[in-house]
Ligand binder design. Sequence first.
Ligand SMILES: Cc1cc2nc3c(=O)[nH]c(=O)nc-3n(C[C@H](O)[C@H](O)[C@H](O)COP(=O)(O)O)c2cc1C
Length: 150
Amino acid sequence: MSVIYLAVGSVTGTARIVAQAVQQQLEHAGHQVVLDENPSVGALNDSQCDAVLICTSTTGRGDLPANIIPFYAELEQQFPLQNGKPFGVISLGDSSYDATFCGAGALFEDRFFELQGSAPVPRVTIDATETVTPDEDALFWLKEWMEKAL
Ligand SMILES: Cc1cc2nc3c(=O)[nH]c(=O)nc-3n(C[C@H](O)[C@H](O)[C@H](O)COP(=O)(O)O)c2cc1C
């Protein structure tokens, strides 16, 4: 059994629905999930997690959803080194935004690499123009991530 800290960034709720599906699947596999819609470095540390997941949409022009901005800033300020701890990023976006497609997820992936986390599977991008089942797409990716990260 592993503990997973699951940080959610969402504006209109799609990433939240995806994160809930991810939580359910992880718990079904016997793991413990701390799903956090107001994530913070303090909560990440308190969770004593074995792995970290970020599930975030992108807003504005490649911007982070407001609810996950403080977490991103704290990661920069407090720099909690991950010492090889596995992480994964589920990135929701819309490819019609072109250059900023799934930009928020890319920012988190870069940040966790800076913090010396390890990514057993590259982040998944879920394109709102291509899928009406973002939760199923995320679960497909999660299967491989679970096999390699946990
Ligand atoms: C105002 C607005 C700005 C957006 N900007 C981007 C963007 O820059 N890049 C991107 O990939 N998707 C962008 N999107 C698309 C959303 O990320 C996508 O629809 C996502 O599924 C929304 O998830 P949420 O409901 O969890 O926020 C934008 C959507 C809106 C409404």
